[in-house]
Design a protein around this ligand. Structure first.
Ligand SMILES: [Zn+2]
Length: 421
């Protein structure tokens, strides 16, 4: 029977795909194609792909639906570079309590809601940086979205982050407690390699490692793995076509990751000119997570705009300026989940506030993220044959980045999820 079905489907594919083709013609005021801004452009979508982008110099296929987006800028669907769909803001429930006191079912239910609000905010892809105690549930969430059970962004997932034994949380400074942890603990190189193999088998698209954590003698960030351990991780992941990305806030944690050849460094708060020079040499990108840094301080009582900026924010402004000056590749990723899902644009606004040009922030959020994460053939640009992940906003976000919040149109994979008439 199996053979007969296979035979039928391979010789008569129309038996399974009898639906008619769909065409959309999108007519905005301007198009940001992932790299530059154009006027006088239209975009034609055929099923789930971009069929044409540029000046209108062809005959419209019959049955094309024309969508006028007057006053709007059309962009590639935005790519969130650092999300945690399984977390919600820590001023609602602390991270410790989310990991210890919320059931996996509750966390998944929340993640479903987060996925929907992310997509409607114009973020058609997320690189999710770990479930923080919810095991491999990101893979299940991604599958449910792909099957159309729920609506949400495309997901690039890493399952559980990997940490050195004892170098993560929750912790309550009680030597008698052995609590469930928010990531996978490993004690040596063999365990690290073993964990990577397990995560790959469970569906990880990339691997996240905490290269440092607050395990210094005085609670400061200190390296958690050796260069050799990180090198072994990179070699193993690479041989299966996957990236290693690291959490690192200390200069030494970053330096070890750079030497090992990781793909991206998350946070990088204490990056120096020298560190950024090394990143530039090796082509390693920085995902700065400015929004999370500010959110932590605000949860600890900082009244932004009223109180002076706390030392960590002042320091981050300085290191981010050095990063821009060094010419390294900068991703857009806010660590959303620490703050509200759907408010992803907060990171883009802060990148401008901290010194980047709006057009560069738009690039980071589209073509740069797609290139760095290894998805340039599918997403991140308005270009023929790429997937039809397209959004539109009122006004011009390259002139005023806050316009990126004025979403009037969201299409993912050729399907419209939001259309403001
Ligand atoms: Zn994170």
């Amino acid at each position: 029977m199996k053979f007969i079905l296979h035979f039928l489907f391979s010789f008569f594919p129309f038996l399974v795909s009898a639906q008619t083709d769909s065409f959309y013609l999108l007519k905005p005021d301007r198009v940001f194609d992932g790299e530059t801004l154009h006027t006088g452009w239209i975009v034609l979508v055929h099923n789930n792909k971009i069929e044409a982008a540029g000046e209108m110099n062809f005959k419209l296929p019959a049955n094309t639906r024309v969508i006028n987006l007057k006053g709007a800028t059309l962009l590639p669907g935005l790519i969130e570079g650092h999300s945690h769909l399984f977390l919600h803001p820590y001023n609602e429930v602390s991270w410790n309590d989310q990991v210890l006191r919320e059931s996996r079912a509750e966390r998944t239910a929340r993640a479903v809601v987060h996925a929907d609000s992310t997509l409607l905010a114009g973020f058609t892809t997320v690189r999710d940086l770990g479930t923080e105690g919810a095991m491999y549930d990101d893979v299940g969430l991604k599958t449910a979205i792909e099957k159309g059970v729920i609506s949400g962004p495309r997901m690039i997932v890493c399952t559980r982050a990997i940490v050195a034994r004892g170098a993560y949380g929750p912790q309550y400074n009680n030597a008698d407690l052995n609590l469930p942890q928010g990531a996978a603990e490993v004690g040596n190189k063999e365990e690290l390699e073993n964990e990577i193999r397990i995560q790959i088998s469970k569906g990880a698209d990339f691997i996240k490692i905490y290269a440092d954590y607050s395990i210094g003698k005085n609670g400061e960030a200190a390296p958690a793995f050796s260069v050799d351990e990180l090198k072994a991780a990179v070699a193993l992941a690479k041989s299966t076509g996957r990236q290693i990305v690291i959490h690192a806030t200390s200069a030494e944690g970053m330096r070890r990751g750079i030497e090992a050849g990781v793909a991206t460094i998350e946070h990088g708060d204490n990056g120096t000119e020298e560190i950024f020079r090394l990143m530039k040499e090796k082509g390693i990108a920085l995902c700065p997570t400015l929004a999370a840094g500010e959110a932590y301080r605000q949860y600890n009582g900082w009244r932004k705009g009223i109180d002076p900026e706390p030392p960590s924010v002042v320091n981050k402004r300085k290191s981010f300026a050095a990063a821009i000056k060094s010419g390294i590749t900068i991703c857009m990723g806010g660590d959303v989940g620490v703050f509200t899902h759907g408010d992803n644009a907060r990171e883009m606004e802060l990148m401008v506030d901290y010194g980047m040009k709006p057009i560069d922030v738009l690039k980071s959020s589209t073509s740069v993220n797609a290139d760095v994460f290894g998805y340039r053939d599918d997403i991140g640009r308005i270009k023929k044959n790429l997937l039809a992940d397209i959004i539109a906003v009122t006004g011009d976000p390259s002139a005023d980045i806050t316009n990126i919040r004025k979403i009037v149109f969201v299409m993912k994979d050729g399907k419209i999820y939001k259309e403001v008439q």
